[in-house]
Design a protein around this ligand. Structure first.
Ligand code: HNI
Length: 141
């Protein structure tokens, strides 16, 4: 459950992503593939070289979906409902991978933050991304 303070923190830390979805999204994915190489198996037809059109396009989709969720923090489940169906029923992504992407998103945002991220802001971001992961994994049960 995100508190009012969490919501303010998440919107603030996410602000740079809103108008730079492709840039941030591609970095989320490149970090994922680099740190957790097994995740590459879900994208067998992609060109996974640095800054490839595939990585940019898919990264943009992920970042924009998360931006929609940040814009609807009172209804993350409803906002991502179609994606929840897709990941569970069609793509069959093992939910353990959502945690891996969460880590990569947090590192990316920290790397681009102008200074240290305060602990409470990181905590709020983590709560939000855990909520997203719960929604995306909900249809598996
Ligand atoms: Ni995910 C497709 C959002 C985590 C594997 N994914 C999408 C799309 C969006 C999206 C948006 C495009 C849907 C469409 O075209 O209709 N994915 C998200 C979000 C998260 C996430 C918001 C978590 C924060 N996806 C993951 C993870 C994996 C993953 C962790 C696997 C490691 N996603 C996929 C695959 C596709 C996909 C595979 C299909 C790609 C394609 O090109 O067909």
């Amino acid at each position: 459950m995100l508190t009012a303070t969490d919501k303010t923190n998440v919107k603030a830390i996410w602000a740079p992503v809103v108008n730079n979805a492709e840039l941030f999204g591609a970095e989320f994915l490149e970090r994922l593939f680099c740190v957790f190489p097994s995740t590459k198996t879900y994208f067998p037809d992609y060109d996974l070289s640095h800054n490839s059109p595939d990585i940019k396009a898919q990264g943009k989709k992920i970042a924009e979906a998360l931006t929609r969720a940040v814009g609807n923090l009172d209804d993350v489940a409803g906002t991502l409902s179609a994606l929840s169906d897709l990941h569970a029923e069609k793509l069959r992504v093992d939910p353990v991978n959502f945690g891996k992407l969460r880590e990569c998103i947090e590192v990316t945002l920290a790397a681009h933050h102008g200074g240290l991220i305060k602990a409470d802001v990181l905590c709020s971001l983590d709560k939000f991304l855990c909520a997203v992961a719960r929604v995306l994994a909900a249809r598996y049960r």
